[in-house]
Design a protein around this ligand. Sequence first.
Ligand SMILES: NC(=O)c1ccc[n+]([C@@H]2O[C@H](COP(=O)([O-])OP(=O)(O)OC[C@H]3O[C@@H](n4cnc5c(N)ncnc54)[C@H](O)[C@@H]3O)[C@@H](O)[C@H]2O)c1
Length: 261
Amino acid sequence: MTGAASGMGLETVKALSGAGATVYGMDLRQEALDSALAGVDRAEGHAADVSDSSAVNAVFETVKTRHGKLDILVNAAGVSTPNREKQAWVDGINHDMITAAQAGQSYNPEFMEEITDEDFNRVMAINLNGTFYTMRAAVPLLKAAGGGSITNFSSVAGLLGIPMPSYYPASKAAVVGLTKSAAAELGPFGIRVNAIAPAGINTPMLNASGEDHVAFLLAMQPLKRVADPAEVGQTVLFLASDAAKHYTGQTLSPSGGALMA
Ligand SMILES: NC(=O)c1ccc[n+]([C@@H]2O[C@H](COP(=O)([O-])OP(=O)(O)OC[C@H]3O[C@@H](n4cnc5c(N)ncnc54)[C@H](O)[C@@H]3O)[C@@H](O)[C@H]2O)c1
């Protein structure tokens, strides 16, 4: 389980643990993992940057040594911008865009020419490469278990056309492609691979994007609500369970109807 120290990843750890699973949670910082997972039964944290394949492989080696197999992989680690400075830049543009819309004026955000190679590559390295690295490391262990479930976090932003820095939607659309191709390859081994494309979930990532952005998201969706991350943890638990044994290559979207697929 990646992104285990916060938000939907943490709530997924709790849901899986509640169903009896032993959970290995990965995230950037050991202290954050220790504090988030304290009191969660059978859950332990292993600090690893998912964009570093050696660090990812080391965690799966531990799982292999201790258990020889794995039943469930969940990839929730992700970032919407490469760092805080770029998040502030995006927030400023979102604010201007929404203020203009409220005043009935048009405003055309300009992201494309401002994106550096470094920023683009960093977001892709975490959201896309990191998802691939854990899947590659997990597959032998899932095969050893005779099958299992992989759930990858995409985003509504990867499936709708929303003006924002393109590294995020590009990485999240690619996660859907990775999910579908892996589902086709791994189905014969009893391994199901699905994606979640959320929007408007009450997590630190959403809150970091500012009130304007949340208002914009609510305007896009019919249910007009921000969801609790525990709701998404239950969706991942469903996908990992036998109740979902006929689901593979699917993208489920807990988004209040922002995306209807
Ligand atoms: N919150 C939303 O509304 C929303 C909407 C669409 C998609 N998502 C996606 O859902 C997933 C979970 O998001 P969340 O809202 O729970 O976010 P969050 O910020 O609460 O949690 C993300 C976690 O990923 C970890 N992480 C970031 N970079 C990492 C790296 N390189 N290696 C290991 N861990 C790393 C962070 O430390 C954090 O604990 C993300 O992939 C995000 O893109 C969220």
